[in-house]
Write a new protein. Structure first.
Length: 499
């Protein structure tokens, strides 16, 4: 393998390690917090907490109009060109737009809280919970703007530190409040955490060159004119995001109203454990992969295909060992991180772990549309099709088979997403996965599926013996494949020999 390709794989792995490392520590914090919350609040409290968080997410995405997402491109471009005047103007416009959005979001939460309560839990006892979420929306919207500024000027270490502060503060704040107030402490904790998030991000921005910029006076009319392009670009991303948030909110609400709040807690806990273990990879992709892919688009389809194939291979080689070990140790994780009450969700968690393989591949491919600025494709496929399909699958499966049915739906949804994304990205952009990728994907999918099937064996000792063997084999295989791509031995030797 030539040096240029080796370096490309190394860069991908390096970014994954840097951004994923922060997520790893955050995951540890969330694991500890999740265990304590499960003990203090139980499945009902976790279910209610997830519904409140989903409600905040929906309102927040609606009022921001995707400005906090699309403005990253504007800030990054101005920063790379070292145009201080444009950077100052964008900063001022962003903060003005998001202040308006924050105030609108707080008002909407107050006005529509009775409707949101009825839709979420159909229990007026929880009406005050949703009413008091207005400050959470306000501070979260403002914090999203500061986060976008740090991302745009590529202050990733500051973003990492702010994330760790948020994770640590959530543990310090939530546990005492939950212990003293029980379920009544959920909303106060959310308010305090949102305030801490905003203050920490604002402080980090004040330590950058943005703080030295003389922010110009920009009238409301000028703000709207200058922000028009940012808003139009962000609205497509926002609408797709809203569909996803609303879909998750609708699923949780359907489970709550047609089943029980306890099942919502099981579903949320399962999703939390599995996704927390995989977020280190997805976070790295979302932070670093997109700008690289956007740059590759200008070089042509060959460069895009090469980067997407390399990125997906690295992701698979990291995520496959995570998936098999998750399938193997799910009961242990439930015992350590939650309570025995959540053992009912272990099959659901194993289905989620199996589906992660398909989600990882889709994640890589779907970024092509974003990098190319293909608004129609991204909106209709990611925003509409995927979310409508997900809601229908989940609702039907839950209605027919209960909690385990959600696992069936998650796996089917992941397979269909992969087929659809691969087909349309080929038809629309000429993208193809290379033969060696399909070979790697087939091998890893087979081993993960075999591990999953072994969990159904009645002989528990045989079941776990086979799962551990498959997990070890998959881990060794992925390590060797990764070593072939980045020349790991040479890299380590070079690192250790440096003095």
């Amino acid at each position: 393998m030539n040096k240029k390709r080796v370096q490309s794989y190394r860069n991908i792995l390096h970014s994954t390690a840097v951004f994923g490392g922060t997520q790893f520590f955050l995951t540890l914090i969330n694991i500890i917090k999740g265990k304590l919350v499960a003990v203090l609040l139980g499945s009902v409290g976790i279910g209610l907490s997830s519904l409140l968080a989903n409600a905040v997410g929906c309102v927040q995405q609606i009022v921001t109009l995707g400005v906090n997402l699309s403005v990253v491109k504007e800030v990054s471009q101005a920063n790379s060109e070292e145009d201080r005047a444009v950077l100052a103007q964008i900063t001022k416009v962003l903060r003005t737009l998001l202040m308006i959005s924050a105030l609108a979001g707080a008002v909407l939460m107050v006005v529509f809280s009775p409707l949101i309560t009825r839709f979420s839990v159909d229990d007026s006892r929880y009406g005050m919970f949703f009413l008091c979420l207005a400050p959470v929306v306000f501070f979260n919207v403002l914090a999203s703007g500061e986060y976008a500024l740090l991302q745009g000027i590529r202050k990733f270490k500051m973003l990492a530190y702010s994330t760790l502060i948020l994770g640590g503060s959530s543990l310090v704040v939530c546990v005492p409040l939950y212990y003293m107030l029980g379920i009544q402490g959920i909303v106060p904790a959310m308010i305090i955490i949102s305030l801490i998030s905003f203050i920490s991000l604002k402080w980090f921005v004040s330590k950058t060159e943005l703080h030295t910029l003389p922010l110009p006076h920009v009238s409301l009319r000028q703000t709207l004119v200058r922000g028009k392009e940012i808003i139009l670009l962000g609205m497509v991303m926002m609408l797709a995001g809203i569909f996803g948030t609303v879909a998750n909110y609708g699923i949780a609400s359907f489970i709550s109203t047609s089943g029980s709040l306890q099942d919502v807690g099981f579903y949320h806990a399962a999703n939390l454990i599995v996704m927390q273990c995989c977020m280190l990879v997805f976070t790295a992709m979302a932070t670093d992969y997109y700008p690289k892919l956007a740059a590759a688009v200008s070089e042509g389809n060959v460069a895009v295909c090469r980067l997407v194939n390399q990125q997906t291979e690295v992701v698979l080689l990291i995520i496959a060992p995570v998936a098999v070990w998750l399938i193997t140790v799910i009961p242990l994780l439930i015992t350590l991180l939650l309570t025995t009450e959540f053992m009912q969700a272990q099959l659901l968690m194993r289905y989620m772990a199996l589906a992660v393989i398909f989600r990882a591949v889709c994640f890589s491919v779907d970024y092509i549309a974003v990098a190319k600025g293909d608004k129609n494709y991204y909106f209709w496929l990611e925003g509409v099709f995927c979310n409508v399909k997900m809601v229908l699958f989940y609702m039907v499966a839950y209605h027919l088979w209960g909690l385990n049915g959600l696992g069936y739906a998650i796996l089917c949804s992941g397979v269909i997403d992969l087929l659809v994304s691969t087909y349309f990205s080929h038809r629309r952009y000429g993208f193809v996965f290379l033969r060696k990728f399909w070979l790697l994907f087939a091998i890893l999918t087979t081993t993960v599926t075999a591990c999953f099937l072994c969990s159904f064996l009645r002989n528990e000792w045989l079941s776990y013996a086979l799962m551990v063997c498959l997990s070890l084999g998959t881990t060794v295989y992925c390590y060797k494949q990764l070593d072939k791509r980045i020349d790991l031995k040479s890299l380590l030797k070079k690192k250790f020999c440096k003095q």
